[in-house]
Design a protein around this ligand. Sequence first.
Ligand SMILES: [Mg+2]
Length: 202
Amino acid sequence: MNEPRAVIFDLGKVLLDFDYSLVAQRLAAPTGREAEQIRVLLDHSPLLFRLESGQMTTDAFYREVAALTDFTGSFDEFADIFGDIFAEIGPMVELNAQLRECGVPTFIFSNTNDIAVRHIRANYPFFAHFTDYVFSYEVGAMKPNARIYAEVERRTQLRGAELLYLDDRKENVDAGAERGWRVVHHESPERTIAAVRAAGLL
Ligand SMILES: [Mg+2]
């Protein structure tokens, strides 16, 4: 089998770790509310789904979360709190750099939102070093919905086994595999890097 012609990276828990309990603690502190109650409002919640599938503006999201949590700060203060939840996963950032040195196009493919993307762009230089970006809130569909996978194929002009896709969520890699993409269910940088080498890259 030929080598893949591009590598598709999921973002959360693959290139960047994230922790919504940090937002919950910051929002809860001034109000005396339970942080756990606020975390449930955010992480994998219907509210976040609406934001990340493009069904809700960031401003409407801010207003709704502020009302639910008694947050009284401005949108910019909210965006700082909500955006600052990430930590770089060094070996995976390095993997992207090595692939690009080898001339392999790399892409980001993420269920995410505008607040997170702005924060990441401003704070993580590695994020600039991808060929293109497919974000759920821009496409109006979230992984594992087939529509957003079709968008990756359109942007890359590649399909099937030409694509090697890395994601930590099983349902997401399964949806890629169904289209004939080569997939790696990301569990650790060590395993994923070995799988990328085994595919003939690096
Ligand atoms: Mg992920």
